[in-house]
Design a protein. Structure first.
Length: 271
């Protein structure tokens, strides 16, 4: 747990019901990683089963995926200039590197937007949990490509300058005194030149507050959409809402906006 910015159960140390839910999250998300919010909830008694069983049916039947797709397409963050392939090559990033980087960004683009909507809805409403975990597949589940991610690098295993850059990037777009470290930057630390490029394009938007405005608009729009997601109200277990609050209030809207911008910049075809 020491490598995570908040208390969290690693996928390797999960056992019993937690391990089963983690496996189900990977199957439903179709991404080979369990996001930090779920691993953090696993440290709070009954919080992970409550949250996942509350919103899982909406993942499986496509409600959240469709809402997240509409959500992402409606956002209008500042557009980053397209980066030509020769610029990436000059940075030492190969075509294979860009495929992997694009996979990281696609995975977070998908999972963060869904989690933001679902957990915002679950913070005020939830579904009464049934007994046991439902099946991991459904004929109504939208078809999504599986995404395999590289290892999540511990910050203390990064070269000092890379760890410092990850920390600096994580402060962009937030006024939080000690913001939770977004896992996306840890995944992208496998390609330090890309982190440097991300800093170069995002830092001016942070300085002008344009990035903060985009994140605030992302958060407000998520709250509006989440209010229309149907859930039956029951009390969450103690500590669950407090655990979710910094994620839906800061980390997730911040990374939805930033990841979407980087994803569009990185995967746009050459003109």
């Amino acid at each position: 747990m020491a490598d995570d910015p908040v208390p969290a159960v690693t996928e390797a140390e999960a056992t019993g019901e937690t391990a089963a839910i983690f496996a189900d999250i990977r199957a439903v998300y179709r991404v080979g990683v369990v996001n930090l919010i779920w691993r953090h909830l696993a440290t709070i008694p009954d919080a992970l089963p409550w949250a996942w069983r509350a919103i899982r049916p909406l993942y499986v039947d496509g409600t959240i995926a469709l809402a997240a797709t509409a959500f992402r397409s409606s956002l209008r963050p500042p557009a980053l200039s397209h980066v030509p392939s020769e610029v990436f090559a000059t940075l030492g990033l190969s075509s294979a590197d860009l495929i992997q980087i694009g996979g990281v960004l696609a995975a977070y683009d998908r999972t963060n937007s869904m989690a933001l909507l679902a957990l915002t809805a679950a913070s005020g409403k939830s579904v009464i949990a049934g007994e046991g975990l439902p099946p991991t597949t459904s004929p109504d589940q939208p078809s999504e490509d599986d995404i395999t991610l590289p290892a999540l690098t511990p910050v203390n295993a990064m070269p000092p300058h890379v760890a410092a850059l990850v920390t600096r990037l994580n402060r962009l777009g937030t006024d939080a005194e000690k913001p939770i470290l977004a896992s996306m930057y840890r995944h992208l630390s496998h390609w330090p030149p890309y982190l440097g490029l991300a800093w170069a394009v995002l830092a001016p938007l942070d300085a002008s507050r344009a990035l903060h405005t985009a994140i605030a608009e992302t958060s407000a729009h998520a709250r509006t959409l989440a209010g229309g997601i149907p859930m039956e109200a029951i009390p969450p277990p103690p500590g669950a809402l407090e655990a979710i609050a910094p994620f839906i209030g800061d980390v997730l809207p911040r990374m939805v906006a930033i990841c979407g911008m980087l994803h569009a910049m990185t995967t746009a075809p050459d003109a």
